[in-house]
Design a protein around this ligand. Structure first.
Ligand code: 5AD
Ligand code: SF4
Length: 460
């Protein structure tokens, strides 16, 4: 039998006592802000909570435990979290036994942990990204000993390879393959809050994907800040995952352009389950700015990869991240970013106004363009993108796409929405029974950011 720690035994006794008193499990609300890596961490925390007897809710009123898993990548992400924590003050006053925890990338930063400690007294527990393995001990300290706990361990814990996780979605799954980042782009807080790169063993990743395929998952996304530097060879891993039997597709993100090789592209093209899609964050279109960002590639090498892809697979889908208004970026340099997105033809762009992160090298650089001005540049960029992508998306008109149905559409009541293999949103008339299934959709119309089509018979 598996041996339980003292903290685990305490929590098991706590939850069974709760059930005896109320007739139901204590409920936890775990909300993850930010990227998919965070969502995946949140699922891991939920797996641990389920193992000691917690159930789950989305309603703060019903919860005995609320955990916000936070994102620190931009200031507005942090502001949203502060707003959400502020809103819990009255709830805690009404329900003093409610336990409130803040974890993740914000909590890993010293100044944030201190601010929460001083200003948000309703918070019982603050823990950073290296402390997840101590969850039971921390909870036990709060519940049993009624103490506030602050845990900002600086030491990355060993990777818990076969962690239990509780997935919220029954057909799309995120599978982390590595944690942390070694790149130190000068604007980015991630290497400071998630530490250096650590890769999971291929055997345990393959075992996990096998399990997901066996349980009918249809889309598996391999996750890492830079999957191309996966220690045990990313192309080999892709091929091994592709060989697993089942009706599912494979995506991955993100790729750093400095490590995206022709070999990777050839691997993607030769693996039938791997989607013909690449998220290749370029960040800026000026070589001077890329250098200041410490991105370690220039636009020429970036475009070489793009041209290689376009040559081998003309319909391939590319998406990117862009930062507008990096310190010292001039309007002319910003225009080079616009020219680049026109040249590459992305299906999707995630663009952000530069946000100063304290502790990063870029925070020390002079920055004399106002946020208002940068906001106008961002609008200009989005207009350019809309124009380019609405034309580029037309390549799908008349094609039959395989769409994984995700939910109800935005267009009207009768519409459902999903994504095709290239990761592009497709809306079509259909019913809710299709959610979680692959369906063939003939594309009839391209909009700015999405496609529209009609369900079609498989044999057509
Ligand atoms: N300001 C604005 N955007 C940022 N990103 C990362 N750090 C910052 C920052 N300080 C963006 C990058 C990255 C994406 C996940 O977030 O474009 O690729
Ligand atoms: Fe941040 Fe650069 Fe690492 Fe991406 S590659 S997480 S932008 S430091």
């Amino acid at each position: 039998m598996e041996e339980h720690s003292r903290a685990q035994r305490f929590l098991l006794a706590y939850t069974s006592d709760f059930i005896a008193r109320t007739g139901r499990n204590p409920l936890a609300l775990v909300h993850s802000f930010g990227c998919q890596q965070n969502v995946s961490d949140g699922e891991r925390l939920m797996g641990r909570l389920a193992a000691v007897g917690y159930g789950f809710t989305k309603d703060p009123e019903e919860a005995s435990l609320i955990i916000y898993n936070t994102c620190a990548v931009r200031e507005n992400a942090e502001d949203r979290v502060y707003g959400a924590i502020g809103q819990l003050k009255h709830l805690k006053e009404r329900k003093p036994e409610l336990v409130i925890g803040i974890c993740g990338c914000m909590a890993q930063q010293k100044h944030v942990a201190e601010k929460i400690k001083e200003t948000y007294k309703q918070v019982d527990l603050v823990f950073g990204t290296f402390a997840y393995n101590d969850l039971y001990e921390m909870l036990c300290e709060v519940i049993e000993n009624k103490k506030r706990v602050f845990n900002r361990s600086e030491r990355p814990t060993d990777i818990d390879e076969d962690f239990v996780q509780l997935r919220e979605n029954s057909f799309q799954a995120f599978v982390p393959i590595m944690y942390g980042c070694n790149n130190f782009c000068t604007y980015c807080i991630v290497p400071y809050v998630r530490g250096r790169e650590r890769s999971r063993r291929p055997e345990s990743i393959i075992r996990e994907v096998q399990g997901l395929a066996d349980s009918g998952y249809k889309e598996i996304t391999l996750l890492g800040q830079n999957v191309n530097s996966y220690s045990y060879g990313f192309s080999e891993l892709l091929r091994a995952v592709n060989d697993i039997e089942g009706d599912f597709r494979i995506r991955f993100m993100s790729s750093h352009p400095k490590d995206a090789s022709m070999e990777l592209i050839d691997t993607i093209l030769s693996c039938d389950k791997v989607c013909k899609q690449l998220h290749l964050p370029v960040q800026a279109g000026s070589d001077r700015v890329l250098k200041l960002m410490n991105r370690k590639y220039d636009t020429t090498t970036y475009l070489e990869i793009v041209d290689y892809i376009r040559d081998k697979a003309p319909g391939f889908s590319l998406s990117t991240d862009i930062i507008v208004g990096f310190p010292g970026e001039t309007y002319e340099e910003f225009c080079m970013t616009k020219a680049l997105i026109k040249r590459v033809k992305y299906d999707n762009i995630y663009s952000f106004v530069y946000s100063k992160r304290s502790g990063t090298p870029a925070a020390e650089l002079p920055d004399d363009i106002s946020d208002k001005q940068k906001g106008l540049w961002l609008r200009e960029l989005l207009l350019e993108q809309r124009e380019t992508s609405s034309v580029w998306l037309r390549r799908f008109i008349g094609q039959i796409c395989r769409v994984l149905v995700e939910g109800k559409g935005r267009k009207s009541e009768e519409y459902m929405t999903g994504k095709n293999d290239e990761g592009i949103i497709v809306e079509f008339k259909g019913s809710e029974e299709l959610i979680g299934k692959f369906v063939p959709v003939r594309i009839t119309k391209a909009m700015n950011w999405a496609l529209e089509g009609e369900l079609t018979g498989i044999d057509q």
